[in-house]
Design a protein around this ligand. Sequence first.
Ligand code: ADP
Length: 575
Amino acid sequence: MNVLRNRGFRWISLMVGLVAIIALTAMNVLSLYDLRDRMVEGDEERRTDQLDEINDTIRNQVLDPLRGLGQIELEPIEESLRQSGQLPDNILEVLERSSKSPYFTGIYFTPDNTDPCLEESTVYKYDPTQNGIAPTNNYPNLVCDGVGIARTKTRIQLNDFNYRWNNNWEFDTHRSLNLGLINLSESRMIGVLTLTLNDDYIVNEVLPPYLKNYFGTSSETGIVVWVRDWTNDKILATNDSTITYDRDLVDHSMGFSGSGFLDNWSLYIGFLESPVTNAYNANLFKNLVVLSVAMLFLTGAFIFIFVTAQRERDLAQRQASFLANVTHELKTPLAVMQAAGENISDGRVTETRRLKQYGEHIYNESIRLRGMIEKLLDVAKVDSGQNMSKASPCKPHDLLSSYLSENQKYIEEKGFEVHFTSHDEEALAMIDHDNFETIVSNLTENAIKYSTDEKYIEYQISSNSDDVFFSITDHGIGIPKRAQKNIFDKFYRVEDSDSLSTKIKGHGLGLSIVNNMVEMNGGDIEVKSSVDKGTTFIVRFPKLMKEEVSADTINTVDTNSSLNKKINKHTEYVG
Ligand code: ADP
């Protein structure tokens, strides 16, 4: 119950952990995209603001010479004109300054009682050489337009009770700047100053360097800017003449000036593949890669910890049940030996036949006990790393033949048909004899244990250019596919309720010992098995080339070795 609850809890923890990792990753990915978008937007906003800056700068430069006009009293203008035909000095000062500005081509003054739209009207023109105004009826048409606009708009302003400036300026689109001059105390107009604009200068001299400095070429900044006269559908200026104006390329547009200045001009900005955006994208990509790798590691570590914990838990469980079994297994032969010994020592058994029977019991049980203790010692040695293999060049064919000459009869007595095929009697490998014997005897022990009706064991030796193979095949109960990857784990047994092997005694140590010994000799082991058909274990050892060994170093098998005796006992233990 507790185990089940723990297992459920572990799975829930794993799921929660994985969901947390996924949520964390998703959150990070979203915020990385968000960060990239905000940076790109921030950059685009900054660029759009730069267009505003250009607007403001040009407007300020246009209006700059007229600054200070607001503080001048304008009432004396009419008196001065009547008396001397001139404007007052302080006004002439402003006009002189304005005449030097490259933004203007001419300066005109139209008194309020003059209608410049009528033919033969006389207005005043400022002459910079005289620093004064002179009457003229030769003036451009746009004076008529400018004065008209300025008068209309200034009168509207004057109707506003709160208007308290002495002038009001208006642009006639990109053609003229007009200042309605006001007599504030009488709340009426004095006249209009018209400054004709030099739009060629703005288009050819002012805009190109500004656009170039702020935006470079589109290949440098990924930005294209156009100044367009939308009434005439004409591109006036651009930072990159190689790119033709296209409405679809425009991301933002704005009037050239927010206050009536050149208001039929528009500024367009388009963001192409910008190097800045590319850099942000590259940065985003880099961050995503780092994040993915980190998350993969985290998930990997998480799953690794989970799987390891699961394995540790299984091992602990197997170890616990092994301990219980082994204690039982050790007690049984001891109890038999104790009872037999007691009967003999009490003198209760005197009959020779029964004495022999008791002696055989004690002998068999002691061998069984010894076999078991030896197996446990093998595991303990492998675990503690004490099992030092003393590998020497030898022929697996000879080792196997020697094993069979000792054990074949015994195996056949158990009812087994034994076959031995050798495809390469001369193949050499570096193997420790004792280890090889343990490997063969453990695999034989299993073939015997896990065979039921069809008692058949086949041994084979074969080789290819690199390896020597030893295999053992039985026609026994077989091993289910899903269990095959675990059978070499210590204490692992196939113990399904529907599996026959559950009923066969064992401790799950034999194959773990075999696996360790094969590895210690530089080889590996694989299993091929189908349930109810049989099992083949194939052991591979690296082949030793003949030229690498001199004949006298090849070990022949000592059939009287202590190990062969051990195998006999071992096999008896199996029985
Ligand atoms: P034991 O035989 O003591 O249980 P092993 O480590 O030798 O332990 O084997 C582990 C498991 O592998 C066995 O419990 C058995 O289910 C399965 N197994 C091993 N050899 C065979 C075989 N030849 N045929 C069928 N099953 C086998």
